[in-house]
Design a protein around this ligand. Structure first.
Ligand code: NAP
Length: 302
């Protein structure tokens, strides 16, 4: 597994996502086993959020890391309805409790919101870090205008050291500004949905992916995943429960593509030239509604 250096950590270029985990008791053992297998193969960055499975995904992470906490780098996220100063710390404490740890390695604001001043959330996350509940803090789904706002709140450039954003062959909008901002500020980019949330059917027909796969002894999908992490400073976080998928993703972390292969792939997947914009309307009402629905789901699940 290739690694990159960030903020004193040596991180694998491929980690593991957990969206969709922790929703059904019957699937829990398979999910825990998948994360543990991934960790054993070097995918030690585990990405979760309080909203996933109404906290269920954090519980899956907690179960998976209970005897290897020191070997993993845990990322979780605060939902925007909890972005007020009075709510951030209790949210992160609850996340840590579900993950059976006294701290997260990285805590992110999940989505920007116009309803809570960014300065307020930034200060609250700083307090979370000072209290030892998070080693690092950052953001998610921040486009260039939001990153400009963030820079105005930071005590030093890149203080909020990571931005988790969508990046795959089908979604290349962060190449229009977000990646460049990250390179300039030293912000880690966590590339989410690198396999298009499973909607990668057409990719397998790409001649460029097929040729690179043959050259590297992998599959077109492994090359597609490897493509997302060829730039320094990017860690991709595919989610996989199937053990074959977990193994394939870990192996993709070894693939280094040539400039010619990158060019050929870019021609097959030109993508839209539109810069990335967060897709969820950044209104607190929407975030509260989502949070309420998720909490209800959790109560009904018992
Ligand atoms: N910050 C945010 O707002 C945000 C938004 C979306 C996602 N995320 C994070 O990013 C993570 C990944 O994104 P995602 O869950 O949307 O989707 P994804 O990782 O792009 O795709 C997941 C799907 O691909 C399948 N898969 C995984 N590896 C595969 C392989 N090697 N070959 C074939 N199929 C494979 C999985 O199947 P199986 O599970 O059956 O193995 C699953 O159906 C999330 O879990 C979450 O942690 C963050």
């Amino acid at each position: 597994m290739r690694k990159l250096e960030w903020a004193g950590h040596s991180l694998p270029v491929i980690g593991q996502g957990t969206w969709g985990m922790g929703e059904q008791r019957a699937r829990r053992t398979a999910e825990v086993d998948a994360l543990r297998l991934g960790v054993s193969l070097g995918m030690t960055v585990l990405n979760t959020a309080e909203i996933y499975g109404a906290g269920g995904a954090e519980e899956v992470v907690g179960e998976a890391i209970k005897d290897c906490r020191q070997d993993v780098f845990v990322v979780t996220k605060v939902w925007p309805s909890q972005a007020r100063a009075k709510d951030v710390e209790s949210s992160v404490r609850a996340s840590c409790q579900r993950m059976r740890t006294d701290h997260a390695d990285l805590v992110l604001l999940h989505w920007p919101t116009h309803s809570v001043p960014l300065e307020e959330t930034v200060s609250a996350l700083r307090r979370v870090r000072a209290a030892g509940l998070a080693r690092h803090v950052g953001v998610s789904n921040f486009d260039v205008p939001w990153l400009e706002m963030l820079r105005r709140c930071e005590e030093q450039p890149g203080e909020f050291g990571a931005n988790e954003v969508p990046y795959s062959l089908g979604q290349r909008g962060i190449e229009q500004g977000v990646l460049q901002e990250a390179e300039g500020s030293g912000r880690l980019v966590l590339a989410y949905s690198p396999l298009a949330h499973g909607r990668y059917g057409r990719w397998q027909e790409s001649a460029a992916l097929r040729a690179a796969a043959d050259a590297h002894g992998g599959s077109p999908l492994q090359v597609a995943l490897a493509w997302t992490v060829q730039r320094d400073g990017v860690v991709a976080i595919p989610k996989a429960v199937s053990p074959e998928h977990v193994r394939a993703n870990a192996a993709a972390g070894e693939i280094v593509l040539s400039a010619a292969e990158m060019d050929a792939i870019a021609q097959d997947f030109p993508g839209s030239r539109q810069p990335y914009r967060p897709s969820l309307p950044p209104s607190l009402a929407v975030h509260r509604l989502a949070y309420g629905a998720i909490r209800l789901q959790r109560r009904l699940r018992g």
